[in-house]
Design a protein around this ligand. Structure first.
Ligand SMILES: Cc1cc2nc3c(=O)[nH]c(=O)nc-3n(C[C@H](O)[C@H](O)[C@H](O)COP(=O)(O)OP(=O)(O)OC[C@H]3O[C@@H](n4cnc5c(N)ncnc54)[C@H](O)[C@@H]3O)c2cc1C
Length: 410
């Protein structure tokens, strides 16, 4: 069987991300708006940017992509790509204000994983879905493409999730876990909330139902699956969303030499606001194993690993030690030996890295060392507006863009 190949290299460096952006830019205007749903396959030229792994890691920032697109096409013609970029910002802000949705996802996922062990029928169906052996042509091809390349087009993600939930009748959290383990751009907010959106749990009662016609059209005629669920009910869970909690931008101030802790959450270290002038020591923390109790896919791991190395290079600390999830005590020893009484790190949004940093913070606190999270104006401006649906949030995009100093008139 031919394995899917990716037409582009996903090299986890800022230079490669900027080069990818420069190549994509000429088609970021009306061509993107017209053709972005088309997915001709991993080995064919893309109608989309395939920038998400770099943007996810902030090797290039949302602000940079918006600035270049608006600068080139003006606010009207760049509208489609700018709105897509802001989906990421919206989802991050929404989850940040509802961390219980993330906690509930993790609990439900672990319950569902346990059931795949005890319930043979579920376990077999789950194994067939992961292996791409369901007999549904598009689904099986996408399952293999995801594992081999670490990337899927947005329309493939939507259709895959819809078939997983409504045709195969598998728990949505297991599908979200499969994506999160294998996507190079695997993101706790975009992934969890997109799966919830497809299921009808995000915009309550509105679910995404994949159809053979839409799949045939978007895949350029490569697939026309049969036997898809035709009129499924959206999933329903615990009732209304939890109320939005106030955002807590903790630990911004601080004096004296600091220990810089770099994670792969925000790799544009040199542009972090409030970076102390005096750094007593630097280390990296590679925390990908906390994405899931199951193994992380090779492309996803390699991209995160490379992105962290790039971030350390940017911080002028190429030789700094890198600690894994099980090395918290060794990291604390390194921090204490540096003599710093505070640790600074880029703000990690709700997700596995933030969970790990919370545990670290508690242990540091016992030793009288503070953890300070450096946050970006982009997030501080936009996240508080992610209280309801995306449509409402997107109306404020001109304000967000202007606040970032991007000229919005042409
Ligand atoms: C079930 C499901 C799971 C998903 N999981 C993830 C995930 O783990 N990580 C992730 O980054 N995206 C996720 N997405 C969103 C989206 O599919 C990808 O961001 C997009 O396909 C990336 O490809 P691209 O860079 O070519 O996108 P383009 O179409 O070129 O879009 C440009 C940029 O806009 C942003 N963007 C576009 N669409 C979305 C979106 N719906 N949500 C958030 N950002 C968006 C990305 O940064 C992307 O690079 C998921 C979507 C679905 C339906």
């Amino acid at each position: 069987m031919d394995e899917p190949r990716s037409a582009i290299d996903f090299e986890p460096t800022r230079a490669a991300g900027l080069e990818r952006l420069a190549r994509f830019l000429p088609q970021a205007g009306s061509a993107y708006a017209r053709h972005r749903n088309r997915d001709l396959g991993p080995d064919r030229p893309a109608s989309v940017s395939r920038l998400s792994p770099w943007v996810r890691r902030r090797l290039i920032t949302e602000e940079e992509v918006c600035r270049q697109a608006i600068d080139r096409f003006g606010p009207w013609e760049s509208g489609a790509i700018v709105r897509e970029i802001f989906w990421r910002t919206y989802f991050k802000g929404w989850l940040e204000m509802r961390p219980r949705v993330w906690d509930a996802y993790r609990e439900e996922r672990d319950d569902a994983l346990a059931r795949t062990e005890s319930d043979t029928k579920l376990g077999d169906a789950y194994a067939r879905a992961l292996a791409g052996e369901t007999g549904i042509d598009a689904f099986d091809a996408w399952a293999r493409e995801l594992v081999v390349t670490g990337y899927l087009h947005n329309h493939a993600r939507m259709s895959f999730a819809s078939i997983w939930i409504f045709t195969l009748d598998l728990p949505w959290t297991l599908g979200a876990d499969f994506f999160f383990r294998h996507l190079m751009d695997g993101d706790p907010a975009s992934n969890t909330l997109s799966w919830r959106w497809v299921a009808g749990l995000h915009s309550r009662g509105k679910h995404y139902v994949a159809t053979p016609d839409a799949i045939e059209e978007c895949s350029g005629g490569r697939f026309r699956p049969e036997g898809l669920a035709e009129d499924p009910e959206p999933l329903d869970d615990e009732g209304p969303h939890p109320d939005a909690e106030a955002l807590a931008w903790r630990g911004e101030a601080g004096e004296g030499p600091a220990f810089l802790l770099v994670t792969a959450e925000d790799c544009r270290v040199s542009s972090l606001p409030g970076l102390p002038a005096s750094i007593a020591g630097t280390a990296g923390a590679l925390l990908e194993d906390w994405r899931s109790p199951l193994a992380i896919g090779e492309p996803a791991r390699a991209f995160a690993d490379g992105a962290l190395k790039e971030a350390l290079r940017q911080a002028g600390a190429e030789e700094a030690p890198v600690f894994g999830v099980g090395d918290m005590e060794a990291l604390i020893v390194a921090i204490e030996e540096s003599g710093a009484r505070r640790v600074v790190s880029a703000y990690a949004p709700v997700g596995p890295v933030a969970d790990w940093l919370k545990l670290l913070e508690a242990r540091l606190c016992e030793r009288g060392i503070a953890l300070q999270r450096l946050s970006r104006a982009w997030d501080r401006t936009a996240w508080p507006f992610a209280t309801r649906g995306y449509f409402r949030f997107s109306k404020t995009i001109p304000h967000f863009v202007s606040a970032a100093g991007i000229p919005f008139v042409r």
